[in-house]
Design a protein around this ligand. Structure first.
Ligand code: 13P
Ligand code: SF4
Length: 461
């Protein structure tokens, strides 16, 4: 049954079993109806998102005739997503990391074979957590290994080198430049020509002489590149990757607000659609919001869209009053004061660096509030050895690469932007092969948006 399950998992689209633990016999954990059972942990290499993977797993269970009568009762098969690298989700039907991952020896024992140093939600590694749950009877079975079954070496990770080499070869052949945002998956960052923040990537798009721009990020970023480089195709490997915050303001609503404040200057965060940029006077990113606001004459009213948190932070720094649109970034909104306090208690001595999209009360207690490029500069120049990072978790990879020897921890691992993780290497490869999907902007809207975007690029960081 376990072998058949693994085979079915490997048949899911874009999915392969890349490692498997040994087989374990486990004593009952539930009521009297529970019997001894077998379990195994496998590592999947997949481009499916957690929800897609969950649907696939439910299909596997259905195919194997899963019966689940009572919570802990006998059942034919039970497949769980324990961990999804770089992603976490707390929803009623999908909780990753698995909420009981640290309480079960039958989970930790096989997991320790594959990823002993994996850091769990409590901050402990798998091996450390295992030391705390020894009471359950779990026995590793001696079974003949299937020679074809892959087994990961301790500490190694999935090998992306073949697909990365093919992406680099195609990029060169097609004269493409690959731009990736700091929040992209590590393997996507590694294959890019340039990794940066939204301001840096906009500038690179404007300055690049490449025949084609491949943009690994979210939709407004590719759209901004298309506004700045209308003569070249801007290809987006995952065109469905949007930004929920950018969708919180529309041109119609902004026009209505402008009508109430005639004469006000509209400053829009780059996280907006081209239509909103077209009815804005100037755009900004988190790297230059304060500088841009300071450049506006003191007697001029300012409307700031769509991020209320960034707006409030920049207004305070610039010493200005602004009319704030009530938008926010869901990923940064998840970062709470209690998370900062818990992380500080776990890592005393670490400095807290957060993004200005965080809630005001979080920014207020941080040691530094920086854009993603500002975080890299700050951590490079600062003399601390450890940092707690309050932004999308992809930033930790970027920081670890840029600041070797320093240690970075997330303030909370729930700060994951699903849209940023939708771009996978397979999609980058397909986009290069197909030279699409292309992101384009209506020429009339582009002409009106260009002025605001150009002012942002010219303002610098
Ligand atoms: P940066 O401009 O700091 O890269 O941030 C972009 C973004 O989307 C933050 O959530
Ligand atoms: Fe948008 Fe937030 Fe994701 Fe940035 S992290 S792209 S602001 S949802």
């Amino acid at each position: 049954m376990l072998r058949r399950t693994r085979a079915l998992l490997a048949e899911l689209p874009d999915t392969a079993v890349s490692a498997a633990s040994g087989l374990y016999s486990t004593a009952p954990v539930g009521g009297p109806e529970q019997d001894y059972y077998l379990n195994q942990v496998v590592e999947l290499r997949t481009s499916l998102l957690p929800r897609e993977l969950l649907r696939g797993i439910q299909g596997v269970e259905a195919e194997l005739g899963r019966e689940r009568t009572v919570r802990w009762g006998p059942r034919s098969i039970d497949v769980d997503i324990l961990w999804y690298d770089d992603l976490s989700s707390v929803e009623t039907d999908l909780e990753v990391p698995h909420p009981r991952i640290e309480q079960r020896r039958f989970v930790l024992e096989p997991l320790a074979e594959l990823a002993p140093d994996l850091v769990l939600p409590s901050g402990r590694t798998v091996v450390e957590a295992l030391a705390g749950v020894q009471e359950q009877a779990v026995e590793r079975l001696v079974v003949e290994r299937d020679a074809a079954e892959p087994r990961r070496n301790r500490g190694s990770s999935v090998d992306y080198s073949v697909v990365q080499a093919e992406i680099r070869r195609l990029a060169q052949e097609k004269g493409a430049v690959i731009l990736a945002h700091n929040y992209q998956r590590p393997e996507v960052q590694d294959v890019a020509d340039i990794v940066g923040d939204s301001l840096g990537l906009s500038r690179q798009a404007a300055a690049s002489e490449a025949r084609m721009i491949v943009f690994c990020g979210v939709h407004f970023m590719a759209e901004t590149a298309a506004i700045l480089a209308p003569d070249r195709p801007v290809v987006m490997p995952e065109v469905r990757a949007g930004c929920p915050m950018a969708d919180m303001v529309d041109a119609e609503g902004l026009e209505a607000l402008k009508a109430k404040h005639p004469g006000a200057i509209v400053v829009s965060y780059v996280n907006t659609t081209a239509e909103v940029k077209a009815v804005s006077d100037i755009c900004c990113t988190s790297a230059n919001a304060v500088r841009i606001i300071r450049s506006i004459p003191l007697d001029q009213e300012i409307i700031f869209t769509p991020d209320e948190n960034l707006g409030a932070w920049a207004a305070k720094k610039a010493g200005r009053e602004m009319i704030l649109w009530p938008g926010f970034c869901p990923t940064h909104e998840w970062i709470k004061v209690s998370d900062v306090e818990a992380a500080r208690a776990a890592h005393p001595g670490a400095k807290v660096v957060v993004h200005p999209e965080c809630r005001a009360e979080v920014s207020d207690i941080a040691d530094a509030v920086e854009s993603t490029s500002g975080m890299i500069r700050f951590c490079r120049e600062d003399d601390a050895e450890e940092y707690l990072i309050g932004t999308e978790c992809g930033m930790l990879y970027r920081l670890s690469k840029d600041c070797p020897g320093k240690r970075f921890y997330p303030v909370t691992e729930v700060a994951v932007c699903y849209n940023m993780k939708m771009t996978t290497l397979d999609k980058v490869l397909a986009a290069l092969r197909d030279e699409g999907p292309v992101v384009s902007v209506d020429p009339e809207i582009r002409a009106r948006a260009l002025r605001a975007v150009q002012r942002m690029v010219e303002a610098g960081a």
